[in-house]
Ligand binder design. Structure first.
Ligand code: FAD
Length: 469
């Protein structure tokens, strides 16, 4: 009987332990992707990008003699129907670790097992399973650096190879048409603009890794915070859809380190930040939606309002913040330092609830990741583990001077910043939501808050809140 391979965020052929196991069995494999509530709940940009990933991966499967079967519905119902249609006796998948994924997968596993099926969940999304990394007293890590020290020298299994062919069943079950899913429907911004900046699929991901290691890793530590430089790998987008495995990146990073690229270690450290985010969300699912530090509950965050909308629109009047928000619409990504700056400005200068920022990023980022995004927001807001202390309030102007010394980044994204704006800055007007009705001839926004006043207001709010505790 065939094996059902339930694909989720693991759209690759190489280093795919579940696919590898399915192929090793010698039985026909039926790869299926299910459009369930989790997919329905994705933000506009990640859903659109997932659609492109699926289209690409379906083609790759075809080249291996296989197919991607698409079905819509609750995962358990779809899998049960496929079992009946195909006579499959086994269902395999790659584990997910976000709270909703765990709840769904646990229920599906129990039900299929009760039906008498063999069910296997495999690693592949992470370097280390969250339960395999523990502190000396058996707890989990709440601070990054000790976790890094604990895993740095661990043996990470070598990537498994891609199958040469994937055995096909005699008869394929029916599949939905991807176009009918309209994965890009909610992208009411210019998807064609964002499309110029993304790198879809496994070959593109490997290309990115290769280019990064050949040209940028040597100066990664020195330059990664520079807003005006392309110093990072860009791999978060591919990791989100599983178009490359973290083990593949880890081994390549280690090889670079051993070949004398000292700054490759800093790159490996960043990969472990991703692990840390999953470690935290696995052990404390509240990271996703509640203040990780309960003493932040009751803090008088501001809600929806004009300030939040100005932040979303890149019209706060604070140049580096606005540049970053515009980079987000044009590319579907944002530089890591810029993410910290805009998050700090929103949660500190504007005192807005970090969840509003989290949700906006979840709608706009093509590399949206449930764990890294929640951790990033809580880290900046101060409510998270290993967080920046409340009194550390980034001054956007000082940060811009330091990390964008020649204003290259601001000019790249702000049409108002130069007389002859570059295409990137103009593209913002095609890529932002149409309902905003913004135009390059708009006057330059005046700052919505004086930076000093905002900082003092935030500090006062924190003091007040702590006194009430
Ligand atoms: P590189 O510098 O090349 O780093 C290599 C890899 O390490 C990345 O691809 C990523 O997987 C991982 N990594 C690097 N920095 C971090 C970090 N701070 N936390 C976790 N993993 C990290 N990252 C996402 O992947 N998705 C998100 O939704 C996301 N939201 C964020 C929200 C906020 C408020 C903040 C401050 C950070 C967020 N990050 C998120 C983390 C980080 O900004 C991105 O991972 C990084 O910018 C990706 O670019 P890169 O692939 O070129 O990274």
């Amino acid at each position: 009987p065939p094996i059902i391979l339930w694909l989720r965020r693991d759209l690759r052929l190489s280093d795919h332990p579940a696919l590898f196991a399915a192929c090793q069995s010698g039985r026909p494999v039926i790869p299926v992707f299910i459009h369930d509530d989790e997919v329905a709940g994705l933000g506009a940009a990640p859903k659109w990008r997932l659609g492109l990933a699926l289209k690409h991966f379906a083609q790759e499967l075809t080249e291996k003699g296989s197919r991607l079967i698409l079905r819509r519905g609750a995962a358990l119902d779809v899998l049960r129907a496929l079992v009946v249609e195909t006579g499959a006796r086994s269902v395999l998948w790659t584990r997910g670790y976000a709270p909703g994924q765990i709840a769904r997968d646990t229920a599906v596993k129990a039900a299929l097992k009760a039906d008498g099926l063999e069910v296997q969940s495999h690693p592949g999304h992470l370097l280390f399973e969250p339960w395999d990394v523990a502190t000396k007293d058996g707890g989990f890590y709440k601070v990054y650096t000790p976790m890094w020290r604990a895993v740095r020298d661990r043996e990470v299994p070598a990537p498994v190879s891609a199958p040469a062919r994937i055995a096909a069943p005699d008869v394929w079950p029916a599949s939905d048409r991807l176009d009918d899913w309209q994965m890009g429907r909610a992208m009411d911004r210019g998807a064609d603009v964002v499309a110029q900046h993304i790198h879809v699929g496994e070959a593109a991901a490997h290309g990115r890794l290769g280019a990064f290691l050949a040209h940028r890793v040597a100066r990664y530590k020195s330059d990664r915070d520079r807003l005006d430089m392309d110093a990072c790998s860009g791999l978060s987008e591919n990791l989100t859809y599983g178009e490359i495995s973290p083990r593949t990146i880890w081994h390549a990073g280690w090889r670079a380190l051993q070949d004398g690229q000292a700054q490759a270690e800093d790159f490996l450290k960043e990969l472990v930040w991703r692990e840390f985010a999953y470690h935290l969300i696995y052990h404390t699912p509240r990271l996703e939606s509640e203040n990780w530090r309960p003493d932040w509950d009751g803090f008088p965050w501001q809600g929806e309002g004009d300030a939040v909308q100005a932040w979303r629109q890149g019209r706060t009047g604070i140049e580096v913040v606005d540049a970053a928000m515009r980079e987000l619409y044009v590319t579907g990504r944002m530089h890591n330092r810029a993410r910290m700056l805009v998050a700090s400005f929103l949660t500190k200068h504007l005192l807005v609830d970090w969840r509003l920022g989290r949700d906006w990023f979840a709608d706009c980022l093509v590399d949206w990741d449930p764990a890294a995004n929640a951790m990033g927001w809580q880290w900046v807001a101060g409510s998270g583990p290993d967080a920046a202390p409340y009194f550390r309030i980034f001054n956007p102007d000082t940060q811009a001077q330091k990390f964008d010394p020649n204003a290259g980044y601001r000019k790249m994204w702000l049409a108002e910043a130069s007389r002859t704006p570059p295409q990137t800055a103009l593209d913002f007007y095609k890529a932002c939501p149409r309902a905003w009705k913004l135009s390059p001839s708009d006057t330059r926004p005046i700052p919505i808050i004086d930076l000093k006043t905002g900082r003092e207001r935030a500090l006062a709010a924190y003091h007040d809140h702590r006194e009430k505790q």
